[in-house]
Ligand binder design. Structure first.
Ligand code: SAH
Ligand code: SF4
Ligand code: F3S
Length: 443
């Protein structure tokens, strides 16, 4: 990209939402750096501000408007500042965002990230404000790979293996804002992981809305085997697994491939068959529990985490009690729980029996308080065990300590030499907290 002046141009990217967006932001930054922009952490210094947005719940969407609103004064002080909105709210609202927020120059949909440098140039050339939100049927792999040098100094990262979703759960906006499900060819993914490994990456998390339905020339289990076999890759994770597509082959793979980390995020959403059906999840509570049992029987150290929605339209007190029973029975290692939020275009938003916010709030609090005790109990059970921790670097709270994760995906902080970064360290767990563990090196 040609620069309008000889000085460096700075870009500030603010990211909301899930790992898809985190990954997209890394790609955006790499693209802009290749077009002579430099990264800044200070919006006041930026020539280009990009807000990468999430619309999965109304609260996330509202945050976008307040965040972008805050940049208005910067634009007033510096009219040549370019402000762009990307991600799922951009895809959902499109050009209407330009009308709603006159200080925004650019709206970029989820399939148009690769066009950002050209769009910025259009704005800078005085061609007016732009919105680019067309869906693109084909998955052009070069648009999906992360330049491994963008991750210099990192020990772990995400790798996109697919985009979009075809499941259309009745509450969910993702299929509308991310488009149809398309898998990346296996060869491209493996090439990317090899390059990452050569640049110091030790752990990859394969990323998709429903990784179990991966279909890029090889099956998902086969892809996992091949990724795990790459030199330098010590640990492999994947998110998100849809319970309906979790196969026995995949479950057995954990016993076959030592690099596969012993954790699985398996969103259940509800413990009531009636609700699951209205959510169009495609499994029953007993199907789900059977898979969890199999995982736990085969691998006692397997951590299972989940997502739950409370207050879905029509959820009765009994339905909610069924969710609580399931949660107490399964004893999840961790949980994300949400109040149902009606989303534009989705089927459930039109269901007549919406649950009042007060009830949704009450249910959320009850669920969270039950899970809090379970999480702590599970963390406490780790005390006294020696586990392998992939050291990621200095801990945030105390730079003289290292931080990393166990195979079961728990955060561990421990005193240790910075030189251990990137290696697998044996750590004896000495203390457990709500969200992390502490330990000491055994070597
Ligand atoms: N593809 C993943 C989830 C993506 S969205 C999967 O199928 O599991 C992440 C989580 O947000 C979902 O698991 C769900 O629990 C929650 N969620 C999605 N839409 C929601 C809505 N309208 N209201 C509340 N929570 C929602
Ligand atoms: Fe949304 Fe369901 Fe697709 Fe997950 S599987 S992204 S919850 S529609
Ligand atoms: Fe992710 Fe939010 Fe979009 S959860 S896919 S960033 S709507």
């Amino acid at each position: 990209m040609e620069s309008t002046s000889s000085r460096d141009r700075y870009v500030f990217i603010e990211t909301f939402g899930c790992q898809m967006n985190d990954n997209d932001s890394i790609r955006m930054m790499a693209l802009l750096e290749a077009n002579s922009y430099r990264k800044t952490d200070r919006p006041e210094e930026a020539d280009l501000i990009l807000v990468n947005t999430c619309s999965v719940r109304d609260k996330a969407e509202q945050k976008v408007y307040s965040t972008v609103g805050r940049y208005k004064s910067l634009k007033e002080a510096k009219p040549e500042l370019v402000i762009g909105i990307s991600g799922c709210v951009a895809q959902q609202a499109g050009a209407s965002l330009l009308k709603r927020m006159p200080h925004v120059d650019m709206v970029v949909g989820t399939h148009n990230i690769h066009r950002i440098p050209a769009l910025v140039n259009e704005v800078l050339a005085g061609q007016g404000r732009v919105a680019s939100t067309e869906f693109d049927e084909a998955i052009h792999t070069e648009k999906y790979s992360v330049n491994s040098t963008a991750l210099k100094g990192k020990v772990k990262c995400f790798v996109n293996i697919m985009r979009g979703c075809d499941n259309f759960c009745t509450y969910c906006i993702v299929p509308y804002v991310r488009g149809r499900e398309v898998s990346r060819p296996a060869g491209d993914i493996l090439g990317e992981v090899r390059a990452l490994a050569e640049n110091g990456i030790r752990e990859v998390t394969l990323l998709g809305q429903n990784v179990n339905s991966y279909d890029g020339e090889v099956t998902f289990p086969e892809l996992l085997r091949r990724v795990s076999a790459i030199d330098g890759i010590d640990r492999v994770r994947f998110v998100t697994s849809h319970p309906k597509d979790l196969s026995e082959e995949l479950i057995h793979l954990f016993g076959e491939v030592p690099e596969l980390a012993r954790s699985m995020h398996l969103p259940v959403q509800s413990g009531s068959d009636r609700v699951l059906e209205r959510m169009r999840r495609g499994y029953t509570v007993s199907d789900y529990v059977a898979k969890v049992r199999m995982l736990r029987d085969l691998y006692p150290d397997m951590a299972i985490t989940t997502d739950v929605i409370v207050g879905f339209p029509g959820e009765s007190d009994d339905d909610f009690e069924d969710t609580l029973s399931l949660v107490s029975e399964v004893e999840y290692d961790g949980m994300f729980s949400f109040k149902y939020s009606p989303r534009p275009e989705t089927e459930a938003a039109g269901y007549p029996d919406q649950v009042p916010d007060e009830t949704r709030q009450e249910r959320l609090e009850r669920l969270q308080s039950i899970q809090k005790d379970i999480t702590l109990k599970k963390n406490t059970a780790m005390v006294g065990r020696t586990v392998k921790v992939l050291a990621e670097g200095p801990s945030k709270a105390d730079a003289s300590e290292l931080t990393g994760r166990t195979s079961c995906n728990r955060v561990v902080n421990f005193p240790g030499d910075a030189a251990l970064k990137g290696s697998m360290v044996d750590v004896l767990i000495t203390e457990a907290y709500a969200n992390s563990l502490r330990g000491i090196c055994r070597a």
